[in-house]
Design a protein around this ligand. Structure first.
Ligand code: B12
Length: 208
């Protein structure tokens, strides 16, 4: 029988073939989409992280886990709704220069969309100039940057500085596992959130 734990296991073992069936069974059984994401898919990724760090899992296995996670997320995403809500505002979202991690970023994007924000996802390895260009082009009021490597957090400061140099009043927010409120304050960002749900609250606060 499919359970949140079996979904989590599919992520940990990178079982791309099985994850869809397990997630669909939970959906059919009436489990809330947010629970499938938080207590199934993310719970699995929370097991993968420490294993990777401890050298018990390697890059190819983590990639399989990431793909299994994405396959699960794809099934849940349409259920989060938000399509017919009026837009709360436009957010440019990307992973900073030098950083290729996108699972957390995409979750933030999904939650923002389901809350009613319009999201311009500019992808991974996004240089400060590209964030600026995207913000100007889209007229976004918020730029959200993600970083998972301590080394790429510096690109967040470069981006904040570039926006200031260009006289932009766009709100810049930051997130990702190594990022903290303290770091956000230090680089002059408008805000930080530790997870996707709080990121939505933060964006609403900034536009209030
Ligand atoms: C999956 C993964 C990978 C995958 C990425 C696949 C993908 N498509 O993203 C692969 C295998 C490719 C990978 C590669 C590497 N990785 Co890696 N990876 C991870 C791992 C295990 C999980 C990350 C993840 O997806 N977490 C799940 C998501 C849901 O969580 P999250 O990203 O934190 O996002 C949440 C919040 O942070 C927040 N959030 C995220 N972004 C934003 C943005 C905003 C604006 C806001 C408000 C909030 C917010 O909301 C999200 C949802 O709640 C982490 C371990 C960890 N503990 O984080 C290591 C980890 C990040 N990787 C690490 C390393 C070292 C690497 C490599 C250098 C390994 C190598 N030797 O090649 C490369 C770097 C490649 C590069 N240039 O980016 C280190 C970083 C160490 C450091 N402190 O710098 C970690 C911490 C593992 C470790 N402990 O050693 N990795």
């Amino acid at each position: 029988m499919a359970t949140l734990e079996s979904v989590s296991n599919c992520v940990v073992t990178g079982n791309i073939g099985a994850v869809g069936g397990e997630v669909q069974a939970l959906i059919d059984g009436g489990v809330a989409p947010a629970d499938i994401i938080n207590d199934g898919l993310i719970a699995g990724m929370n097991i993968v992280g420490p294993k990777f760090k401890a050298g018990e899992m390697f890059v190819p296995e983590v990639l399989m886990a990431a793909k299994a996670m994405a396959a699960g997320v794809d099934l849940v995403k349409p259920l989060l709704g938000g399509d017919d809500m009026p837009s709360l505002g436009k957010v440019v979202l990307g992973t900073v220069k030098g950083d290729l991690h996108d699972i957390g970023k995409n979750l933030v994007g999904m939650m923002l969309e389901s809350t009613g924000f319009e999201v311009v996802n500019v992808g991974i390895d996004v240089a400060p100039e590209k964030f600026l260009e995207a913000a100007k082009e889209s007229g976004a009021t918020i730029v959200a940057m993600s970083a998972l490597l301590t080394t790429t957090m510096l690109a967040m400061k470069e981006t904040v500085d570039l926006f200031k140099e260009n006289g932009m009043d766009t709100k810049l927010i930051v997130g990702g596992a190594p990022v903290s409120q303290e770091f956000a304050d230090e680089i002059g960002a408008s805000g930080f959130a530790p997870d996707a749900a709080t990121a939505c609250d933060l964006c609403k606060e900034l536009l209030a």
